[in-house]
Design a protein around this ligand. Structure first.
Ligand code: ACO
Length: 391
């Protein structure tokens, strides 16, 4: 083991000499105002505050209100992340939205975010990897920046799971909530940053967590609707067993890749699905609970949004200092899993963003919908002129 660590250290320092260091330069979250408590749920289905607390650790969750969607939450979280970094969206190269509840099957929610931000130079796409989506996005963005393909990428996890949950199914409706979290990635002169990412998948468990209809296998029909096939379905016990095995395994594997002993890990930020999953994983890992960040009691499982929201709150709570080592670890539908080891390279508390920059961003966001409207009008006018002109 000692030799493996030494080899990993030598390998990483050799790579570090050639690789660009990728840092999380900005972070932001967005949560709907409406709170749904366990007691509220006990008036909707046959459940109780006691059962939900004891089996999941969740006390309440946020539910998107009228007019709030996956895109609107993603845009709000993205703006906060950009503002935190004082970063002009025009300089973004890439936007990835990880989600299980996209605004539409297509176009990508990421394109709606790109339009609302006025990120004119950015490529944009959605990514589906269950609750692990944010880690998948972080890995792709990091590797793209390291390879020199991009300089700055925005990775967003955003969900409105309340729109695909069967509110009459007590086995699932008590677990999930809505929200979004975003991280701006880019290079900086600081050391550390994203040290490694690890991704995995096992499609043999695809049916354990599934939205059966609405895709090409079962297009929407009156029958699919009547049979509840547009609601999330889950085999909770099997997912639970998978989660408690994969969280320690992925965490250990990621730490081994960078030669970091568990004792040097300051904070683990796991996917916020269930307190019992987190405690069982901590026990298997041999990691004390005070080195694990949780906020699921307030938000439930927000799927792809859970890790970036937790990262924001860990920073806000002063749980991360410059130089700290963090592991973000997730699991989810697919089945998928993923982990990232980060050496926090940014000064924290972060210096305040200049008023001039905030004003520039404010103007940018006011201008973006106007620009979008002009583009639509141009297209309509172009079509009209084409119809009027003789062939
Ligand atoms: N209120 C009251 N009773 C309930 C409720 C509820 N909300 N839900 C289930 N029960 C009952 C069941 O009907 C069952 O009753 P029975 O014994 O009479 O049949 C009993 O409670 C026990 O049910 P279990 O399913 O065995 O309960 P368990 O302790 O396994 O907890 C849970 C269920 C919370 C779903 C757990 O299995 C779990 O957390 N699994 C992992 C889920 C998860 O993390 N999913 C997200 C994956 S990430 C992604 O990609 C979205």
């Amino acid at each position: 083991m000692g030799f493996e660590r030494l080899a990993a250290e030598v390998w990483n320092s050799a790579l570090g000499a050639t690789r660009r260091s990728v840092q999380i330069l900005g972070w932001g979250k967005a949560l709907p105002e409406r709170v749904l408590t366990n007691d509220d749920l006990s008036r909707m289905v046959d459940t109780s505050d006691g059962w939900i607390r004891e089996r999941t650790g969740i006390l309440e969750r946020r539910i998107a209100g009228e007019g709030e969607t996956t895109a609107s939450l993603a845009i709000e979280a993205a703006r906060r992340a950009l503002e935190r970094a004082g970063f002009d969206p025009v300089d973004l190269d890439l936007i990835i939205v990880a989600t299980m509840t996209p605004e539409h099957l297509f176009p990508a929610t990421a394109c709606l975010v790109q339009d609302a931000l006025g990120a004119l130079r950015a490529a944009a796409f959605d990514l589906s990897a269950g609750c692990t989506g944010f880690i998948y996005g972080l890995a792709l963005a990091t590797q793209g920046i390291q390879a020199g393909a991009y300089d700055h990428a925005l990775v967003i996890g955003a969900e409105t799971l309340s729109r695909i949950v069967d509110w009459q199914d007590r086995r699932t409706c008590v677990l999930f909530g809505d929200g979004a979290g975003a991280a701006l990635l880019g290079t900086s002169s600081a050391s550390g940053g994203v040290l490694t990412t690890l991704l995995g998948a096992d499609g043999s468990g695809a049916e354990l967590l599934i939205l059966p209809a609405g895709g090409s296998r079962h297009p929407a029909t009156p029958e699919t609707t009547a049979n509840g096939m547009h609601y999330l379905q889950m085999d909770g016990r099997k997912v639970f067993r998978f989660a408690t095995r994969i969280i320690p395994q992925a965490t250990r594997e990621a730490l081994d890749r960078v030669g970091l002993p568990l004792e040097h890990l300051e904070l683990l930020i796991p996917h916020q699905a269930n307190q019992r999953i987190i405690e069982a994983s901590a026990q298997r890992l041999g990691l004390p609970l005070d080195r694990i960040f949780t906020n699921l009691e307030r938000y439930g499982n927000t799927s792809t949004a859970s890790i970036p929201i937790a990262l924001c709150e860990a920073l806000e709570a002063g749980r991360v200092q410059a130089g700290d080592h963090l592991v973000l670890v997730g699991f989810g539908a697919g089945l998928t899993w993923g982990a990232a080891v980060i050496e926090w390279g940014q000064p924290w508390p972060a210096p305040p963003v200049a008023r001039r920059t905030r004003l520039l961003l404010w103007l940018r966001y006011r201008w973006a919908p106007v620009r979008s409207l002009i583009r639509r009008l141009q297209r309509a006018l172009g079509a009209l002129l084409q119809r009027m002109s003789p062939l």
